[in-house]
Design a protein. Structure first.
Lengths: 189, 607
């Protein structure tokens, strides 16, 4: 089963916002009142303490991507928006799961974690807590495979993403917003 | 110079050249009311915070300057939520200051606490909760900048009581000190797109300029007129744009939409090019979107790029200020060889029924190659529609029921050309928009997007404060009047001589109309009584002159008497026909092709 899977419904937006109180509420409120669906949302400080980066995976079937981006852009604390088409970006996500692993199955679970290049971060008498970072589809596969052993608890972070590097020599990420509309990070401050 | 936060706030408003503010004090905002005593700013004490917000809106709509209102925390703040939502929908620049409980009490469900920045997040362009007294001048400067630039809109500043009492060293920020890294509104249109628009414009055979409220916000009425006259393209003016192009102009088709006139609605439906200038394809204009103007290409100019392709895909979408883009468009038309002769330049006085027909005749004197010639058949068609489907009503003389349209015509004819008209929401609003002749920008003040009943009285008061030497009439319904009439006490005590015409049909008239047409005449909770309240007695109790008019021959004398009173507000209770309906009408969810005209013009009202 896929949470968002490899379908074409989702697009990833990385949104640079002012690091001020209430900004996440403004973004979330916009999505709610305009009826846009979110698959996942991750917030973290950026390398500049004045700004935070919100990575939003949006459902482009709920509303056209152009509208979502332009409405987001109208929020005053939104500094820039970069649209990342899954086809040209590197997406990663982190999964933490506590799995049933009694004497009979412990070896199989450890082996599976090894195959997926995950890590065991905690060990109990009959359970293991495992960690896996990777492409979201890889996490989907892993989740499917460990389900059979019994998932006690699981958390996924929601994805973060960066544009795929262009080997032709053009290093600029694909900014969705055209120049008159776009808010470029270098203008910040 | 050391000031308290409260003093700094008032001084910051003075630095923004605020001349007047509307408000009502209370606990949390008390510190900020103290320095008002020593300030140059005139404060108008309202009787309900909603009145303060609508007064600020009316002031802003007629002056182009931001309206300022100040209220206390909790219920004071929530009472001004409706005006904020209204101003957000109609892009009116508003700066609202709310008191807040002390920072130490925020989040504790303190007395008169409400999370007003949270509540108004979706109905303000932006809002601020000030937690550091040093931020006050900068935030006020940012608030005015955000409210008045780009697509204008309301902003809110929430100031906790302890912050207002703290002390700070006064400063006034330079523009470069504003901390708005994510705010860069566009103003000039992309030249390539402008040129593409000019080409479409010259190639069109059935073009219509679809002028919206953005024309007025951009102060682009003169530019619009030049564009229309240079190209010979007819203009519809939406409810928010009435007055942006003169109704008396031969190229003016009037208001489109749900209660627009037949020609304006049908011109858009049959058009091959809509030039949308500061308009947003509102559902009241488009009717059912999938059958709206099916053959039209669309040029869409709006300062808010999010309006592009929101409702209708545009062939050319230009982000920019309407005035600047129209100027660019005129240059592009020059480059494409459009000559400057202005045979369609309008004078005043063309009767509505043959207004457009003047244009093709005068166009005959132009060089045959002029692109305007291409529009001769189109304008002839429009004239034909205007002739066949004018706005009509039937006023019987003597004791016949008084028609609201008759009252409006009498009022229009008895008042100066530049009279400002404010209205509430409902039948009276549509009648006013239809029957007034708007020949000047910024003379029509109404609640378009939100449709706020009760808007007229306070908005008229705010308009009169902003333009004291201009006559201001509110055209109100009896339902609307009862919602905000208490502000006439404010008007009387502040000596703001507004005039109110209540079209009293004893019903929530527009709802009654829908129940008659779509709910099998099952009238549910719409009857209000003509006599309760006693409007004349109520007006007089509020310090106004009150009059009552029952028949058509009393109308003109009453209006004349009202026009002569300039030292207090006047209220006239016009007892109008409860059965009169607003036509034309496009039923909600219907196609504009299914417009119903007055039944006297066509069988079943279907043209």
């Amino acid at each position: 089963m896929s949470v968002y899977g490899a379908d074409k419904r989702h697009h990833t937006l990385t949104v640079l916002v002012e690091n001020k109180s209430g900004v996440l509420a403004r973004v979330a409120g916009l999505f709610s009142r305009r009826g846009y669906n979110i698959f996942s949302l991750a917030v973290a400080p950026s390398d500049d303490e004045r700004f935070s980066r919100i990575t939003i995976v949006v459902d482009v079937e709920s509303s056209p991507l152009e509208q979502i981006i332009k409405q987001l852009d109208k929020l005053i604390p939104v500094v820039s928006i970069t649209e990342l088409d899954p086809a040209v970006s590197r997406e990663r996500e982190l999964l933490l799961a506590t799995v049933e692993a009694g004497p009979d199955t412990r070896g199989q679970v450890i082996q599976l974690v090894g195959v997926f290049e995950g890590k065991i971060v905690d060990v109990g008498h009959d359970r293991l807590t495992v960690m896996l970072a990777g492409a979201p589809t890889k996490l989907d596969d892993f989740e499917d495979l460990i389900r059979g052993y019994g998932i006690v608890d699981m958390q996924r972070t929601g994805r973060v993403a960066l544009p795929m590097l262009d080997r032709s020599g053009d290093h600029s990420p694909r900014l969705h917003a055209e120049p008159p509309l776009g808010h470029h990070t270098e203008k910040a401050g | 110079m050391e000031l308290t936060g409260a003093q700094a706030l008032i001084k910051s408003l003075e630095m923004q050249q605020v001349e007047v503010m509307f408000g009502l004090p209370g606990g949390a905002i008390l510190p900020v009311y103290d320095p008002i005593i020593d300030s140059s700013i005139r404060h108008i004490l309202v009787r309900h915070e909603q009145g303060a917000g609508h007064m600020a809106e009316g002031y802003a709509q007629v002056t182009g300057r931001p309206g300022v209102a100040m209220v206390t925390s909790g219920p004071g703040a929530t009472n001004i939520v409706t005006p904020l939502a209204d101003a957000y929908m109609d892009s009116i620049p508003l700066v609202v200051v709310t008191g807040q409980v002390p920072t130490t009490a925020i989040g504790t469900d303190a007395f008169q606490e409400s999370d007003i920045t949270g509540i108004t997040m979706g109905i303000t362009k932006h809002n601020w909760l000030i937690t550091d007294v040093k931020d006050i001048p900068r935030v006020v400067a940012e608030a005015f900048h955000v409210a008045t630039t780009g697509r204008p809109g309301p902003v809110l500043i929430d100031i906790p009581k302890d912050v207002a009492n703290q002390r700070m060293e006064w400063y006034w920020p330079e523009p470069s000190d504003l901390d708005l890294p994510g705010y860069h509104p566009v103003t000039e249109g992309d030249p390539a797109l402008v040129r593409r628009a000019a080409e479409l414009l010259l190639a069109a055979e059935r073009p219509v300029i679809y002028a919206g409220g953005g024309i007025l916000k951009a102060r682009a009425a003169d530019a619009l007129r030049e564009l229309a006259e240079r190209t010979g393209i007819p203009v519809v003016t939406t409810l928010m744009a009435r007055g942006s192009f003169p109704d008396s102009h031969p190229l003016c088709l009037g208001m489109p939409g749900m209660h627009g006139n037949y020609t304006a609605v049908t011109a858009m439906q049959r058009s091959d090019l809509l030039i949308a200038l500061g308009s947003r394809f509102d559902d009241r204009v488009t009717g059912r979107v999938d059958s709206f103007a099916p053959e039209a290409k669309v040029i869409h100019v709006d300062i808010d790029p999010a309006e592009h392709n929101k409702v209708r895909l545009a062939d050319v979408a230009i982000a920019g200020d309407c005035r600047l883009v129209i100027d660019e468009l005129l240059v592009a038309l020059d480059d494409l060889g459009l000559s400057h002769s202005d045979a369609t330049r309008g004078g005043r006085g063309g009767a509505p029924s043959d207004a457009v027909s003047g244009a093709p005749e005068s166009a005959g004197s132009l060089a045959a190659s002029h692109p305007r010639d291409r529009l001769i058949p189109w304008r002839a068609q429009l004239s034909e529609w205007q002739r066949r489907f004018p706005l009509v009503y039937d006023q019987q003389p003597g004791s016949g029921a008084l028609k609201p349209q008759f009252v409006l015509e009498a009022l229009r004819d008895a008042t100066p050309d530049d009279t400002i008209v404010a209205s509430g929401v409902g039948q009276h609003q549509m009648f006013a928009s239809q029957w007034w002749q708007f020949d000047h920008p910024y003379t029509w003040v109404n609640s378009g997007g939100l449709g706020t009943m009760g808007y007229a009285v306070p908005a008229a008061i705010g308009a009169k404060v902003g333009r004291p030497s201009t006559m201001v009439w509110a055209v109100d319904g009896d339902g609307c009047f009862q919602m905000t009439a208490q502000e006439l006490v404010t008007a009387s005590s502040e000596r703001i001589p507004v005039k109110i015409a209540i079209l009293n049909n004893a019903y929530l008239g527009m709802v009654r109309q829908w129940q008659e047409m779509f709910y099998e005449e099952r009238y549910s909770e719409v009857y209000l009584s003509p006599d309760l309240p006693d409007y004349v007695g109520w007006a007089e109790a509020m310090g106004c002159v009150g009059m009552r008019v029952d028949s058509s021959d009393e109308v003109a004398p009453a209006i004349d008497k009202a026009n002569d009173i300039d030292d207090r507000p006047v209220v006239i209770d016009f007892r109008t026909d409860a059965f009169e309906k607003v036509y034309p009408m496009v039923a909600a969810g219907s196609s504009n092709d299914d417009i119903l005209v007055d039944p006297s013009l066509a069988e079943d009202g279907r043209p």
